[in-house]
Write a protein of this length. Structure first.
Length: 460
């Protein structure tokens, strides 16, 4: 869209422009426009926006070399996401309540001093110091994927949702006493969770990729519904026995042998304990699980779990997750009907990986004329690429946000995608996955060769 004159005189209060190149914003002057969203637009000069009575401005992947015009606006909510910005100096003195500067090249937050921010997102920048955030009335804060090691200045903030993923944080004592409900500390250097012992209002906690060995500080977290403690050093699950609201639990890549402490967690629906030396699945038999991931090579007893198997049941023989490895499950302790069900399950998994992918095609979902299949075998990115090629398919991509949303609605789990899918949504990576679990908001994460996700195929 280039000519906005068609809007002149229309009492528009909100306007969204996608992939637009308007010649002039003059037709909007003197109107009631309060909310303006510019996504994937190419506008040489944004300064005419200063004449609009805006309260909310969203610039998403819209280059903004000069943002001096923002000083003249009386904004409450501002998004400058993926705009190539290096300095926040033009924002100094503004009275913003929410600010999103994600995916830029920001290092210095000092221009934000004294700003009454309640929500601030600055993920994927180059920030090392968060000192300017001291005493802000922040309730929501996302500083993921920066260069932060010290968070003491955050102590005492009224934070309810905090994301510090992908930094270099060791000491989390600053979080003690916070009214946190959602906390993401994934991929840091945290060893002790003691400062969280009284944070009993937490409903979601993400700890993957740290150095945690003891979950005892979580004993009182009776509201906790989501816990991801994958890739740590955990030995015992006893502290989780009283977390009766746990519904989604991920523990892959630890040192856990005994699942007995989980036997009374009746709200549990999803359990991932792949990469642990678990021998007995009996404690899971009484639970109404929908999804289970476990390493089959160490399992010696299934109990009655296979008499009423979860809707998605993934058992694998080896850590490499090679093609067809699901068919190497041990059957030595399974008898009667349980053994028959297990063999049927193995045949089904083998069918998924049949040479030419014929059966896979027949089981495919169709979205906008494209056909997709979800394969219940966990693979790393390179293995997923190779398997897709062998089967005459490709890793999935999409052409528009509607197609993307429908794909995630059907699949409901993280999965590997074709890097080309990000050509217009983020910087390209050598391999990526989109994670749609609660609290993740579809964040794009760099390829990690240690991660395993189900294979999803897009048929050519």
């Amino acid at each position: 869209m280039r000519d906005l004159s068609v809007l002149k005189g229309i009492p528009v209060s909100g306007l969204t422009l996608l992939n637009a190149r308007p010649q002039s914003f003059e037709p909007l002057r003197g109107g009631r426009l309060r909310v303006l969203v510019l996504r994937d637009c190419r506008i040489p000069d944004l300064s005419p926006l200063a004449s609009l009575p805006l309260e909310t401005l969203v610039l998403n992947r819209t280059p903004a070399a000069n943002i001096e015009f923002l000083r003249k606006l009386n904004l409450k909510h501002l998004t400058l996401r993926g705009c190539g910005i290096e300095s926040l100096a033009p924002l100094a003195g503004m009275k913003l309540e929410t600010l999103d500067i994600s995916r830029n090249r920001i290092r210095d937050l000092r221009p934000l001093l004294g700003m009454p921010l309640r929500s601030f997102s600055a993920q994927f920048n180059e920030i090392a110091s968060v000192l300017p955030l001291h005493k802000m009335p922040l309730e929501v804060l996302n500083l993921s994927n920066n260069r932060i090691s010290d968070i003491q200045v955050l102590h005492g903030l009224p934070l309810r949702n905090l994301d510090l993923t992908g930094n270099s944080i060791e000491d989390i004592s600053a979080l003690e006493g916070m009214p946190l409900e959602v906390l993401n500390l994934a991929y840091n250097r945290v060893e002790s969770l003691v400062p969280l012992a009284e944070t009993t209002g937490l409903t979601a906690l993400y700890l993957e990729g740290n150095r945690v060995a003891d979950l005892s500080p979580l004993r009182k977290m009776t509201r906790l519904a989501v816990l991801d403690a994958s890739d740590n050093r955990i030995l015992s699950l006893v502290p989780l026995a009283q977390c009766r609201m746990l519904a989604d639990l991920s523990l892959c890549g630890n040192r856990i042998q005994d699942l007995l402490p989980l036997k009374n967690l009746t709200a549990l629906r999803s359990l991932n304990c792949f990469g642990n030396p678990v021998a007995e699945l009996d404690p899971l038999s009484t639970l109404d699980l929908e999804r289970v991931f476990v390493s089959g090579s160490t399992v010696t007893s299934f109990g009655t779990l296979l008499l009423r198997p979860p809707r998605e049941f993934f058992l694998f023989h080896d850590a490499k997750m090679e093609r067809g490895s699901a068919a190497h499950l041990y059957e030595r302790s399974v008898a009667g009907e349980a053994a028959m069900r297990l063999r049927q399950q193995l045949r089904m998994l083998d069918a998924y990986l049949e040479g030419n992918g014929g059966r896979l095609r027949n089981l495919a979902y169709e979205i906008n004329g494209k056909r997709y299949s979800r394969v219940p075998v966990m693979m790393n990115y390179e293995s997923a690429q190779s398997a897709a090629s062998r089967l005459g398919a490709a890793l999935p991509g999409w052409e528009n946000s509607r197609e993307q949303a429908e794909l995630f609605r059907i699949l409901k789990t993280p999965f590997w995608v074709d890097e080309k899918a990000f050509a217009e949504t983020a910087e390209p990576h050598s391999g990526c996955f989109l994670d749609r679990r609660p609290g993740r908001n579809g964040v794009v994460v760099n390829r990690d060769s240690a991660r395993m996700f189900p294979l999803v195929l897009e048929w050519k």
